[in-house]
Design a protein around this ligand. Structure first.
Ligand code: GDP
Ligand code: GDP
Length: 461
């Protein structure tokens, strides 16, 4: 419910990523064209795009937080995560399925009711069955009840117990499905008492294998006067590390694989976008680690995009700077690539480091502190309203359908990231360019240069 104007900032929900515990993850898997994105959109509803002064926010969403019967979960369309068109489709689906099985709590495997079983579907079902995860087998494009009788029987050859006829396009079967999915989900997990929203910053190192994540973490943890303790994480094989430094607390999220690898040689893991998403969900600050010699990959760009979508503060770490220290050309190329990649997360600071030489590491925690402070900052309604007033005076919104658009007042409804609501007589009448103008104005006036800022428009009652 919209808050009343004049409520003071003290009442703002002190939500922060790390302290919000973790949400269960539900993954949609299936071949192209079976209807995954249709189903995703149906389940996610038509959410209004987040306003941020960045292009790219209107692109397709593959990732959404959903609430159903009081259970909250994250829905991911795995088909939208990869754009690797070079891999053969069957291998791609198997790969996606394996990742979903490793990371998700519930898997929705989608088949096309009109196509029947295709070669290799059985193999995917095998992977799913062996996983022991809860899987729902959905037969899509059953648009009318009489079609179920005709189209469903051939799918029993897959040997699965229960089939769910649905129509992503028309909505049939979706409510029942969600009821059951919600019932299967573990309750959202609260963090232990060692971690509090108020004083712990959730930090995640995200990056492809071999960019130097474990080297960085081990080097940082090796610093003097650092108190370190391991906390059980949220999945079987994850461990969070609680770290106290100069009286400040940081939760390094999901460091199990990363730290283990630093000691023993392990087989190189594949980069899992799903895992990155899961980690993004829990952190305040995502350190996106890039190998300076290798440069920015598409996966890095994607993770940055998801960070933005999720409203996370992101910090780009160009590791192995020592390798290109004397190579001006590569430096230039790299920095241009980074600029392009962070284009749609323009607030993300870029920092050069070397886990090998220690270059840049002394400044890392101060930078983290600065960003985290902005991320959690709270503002009074009076301050916000003054900025709004000045912005509107300098540059009033354009008429909409011949009517004046009034921006009545503004209030902060959340921090981590700072989130504002502006009440107006005409939420639909605010042009995208105008909301971008406002975001930039607020960002500047509030000193929020390095974190995302969200503004929503609500109808004034
Ligand atoms: P994806 O590649 O798995 O994400 O599949 P899309 O969601 O893009 O859907 C592929 C095609 O199937 C599109 O043309 C959709 O309109 C169509 N489609 C999706 N769901 C349904 C459905 O429930 N009924 C019918 N008749 N068509 C559907
Ligand atoms: P992770 O898979 O991201 O955890 O990467 P690792 O920390 O295991 O590092 C992969 C390889 O890169 C190892 O051989 C490291 O010694 C090397 N490495 C890591 N950081 C640096 C760095 O800053 N400079 C150089 N030259 N090598 C590095």
């Amino acid at each position: 419910a919209p808050r009343t104007p004049g409520t003071q900032a003290g009442a703002i929900a002190p939500r922060c990523g790390a302290a919000a515990g973790f949400l269960p993850l539900v993954a949609l898997v299936g071949r192209p064209n079976v209807g995954k994105s249709s189903l995703f959109n149906r389940l996610a509803g038509s959410r209004k795009a987040i306003v941020d002064p960045t292009p790219g926010v209107t692109r397709d969403r593959h990732y959404e937080k959903i609430t159903w019967n009081d259970r909250r979960f994250i829905l991911v369309d795995t088909g939208g995560l990869e754009s690797d068109t070079t891999t053969e489709i069957n291998r791609l689906i198997q790969e996606q399925t394996s990742q979903a099985v490793a990371e998700a709590d519930v898997v929705l495997f989608l088949l096309d009711g009109r196509e029947g079983i295709l070669p290799d579907d059985q193999e995917v079902v095998e992977i799913l069955r062996r996983s022991g995860k809860k899987v729902f087998y959905l037969i899509n494009k059953i648009d009318a009840p009489e079609q179920a009788a005709k189209l469903l029987p051939t799918f029993y050859e897959l040997g699965v117990e229960e089939l769910w006829p649905v129509s992503a396009e028309h909505g049939q079967g979706i409510g029942d499905l969600l009821d059951r999915v919600a019932a299967e989900l573990p309750p959202a997990q609260e963090p232990g008492e060692e971690v509090s929203a108020e004083d712990t910053v959730g930090v995640a190192f995200i990056g492809r294998p071999n960019v130097g994540k474990s080297s960085l973490i081990n080097r940082l943890l090796g610093e003097e006067r650092m108190v370190v303790s391991n906390l059980p994480g949220t999945t079987r094989d994850s461990v969070d590390t609680l770290l106290t430094r100069a009286d400040k607390k940081y939760l390094l999220i999901d460091t199990a694989g990363i730290r283990r690898k630093g000691k023993v040689h392990e087989k190189v893991e594949k980069f899992s976008v799903l895992r990155a998403l899961r980690t993004l969900e829990r952190c305040d600050l995502a350190l996106i680690v890039i190998d300076a010699l290798e440069g920015v990959t598409e996966q890095d760009t994607k993770v940055l995009g998801y960070g933005l979508e999720r409203g996370r503060a992101c910090l780009v770490l160009l590791n192995k700077w020592d390798l290109i220290e004397h190579d001006r050309k590569q430096q230039q190329r790299l920095l241009e690539d980074v600029k392009r990649a962070v284009h749609f997360a323009g607030y993300a600071p870029v920092h050069r480091v070397s886990a090998l030489t220690g270059h840049g590491l002394g400044k890392l925690f101060p930078l983290i502190d600065k960003v985290a402070e902005q991320y959690r900052r709270k503002f009074t309604t009076a301050v916000l309203n003054r900025i709004l007033e000045e912005a509107v005076q300098a540059h009033p919104p354009a008429l909409h359908k011949g009517r004046r658009v009034k921006l009545n007042y503004v209030t902060q409804i959340a921090s981590s990231p700072p989130t504002l609501i502006i009440f107006t007589n005409d939420p639909k009448g605010i042009h995208f360019s105008y909301s971008r103008f406002l975001v930039n104005r607020f960002r500047e006036a509030l000193g929020l240069e390095q974190v995302p800022l969200r503004i929503f428009f609500r109808h004034k009652r």
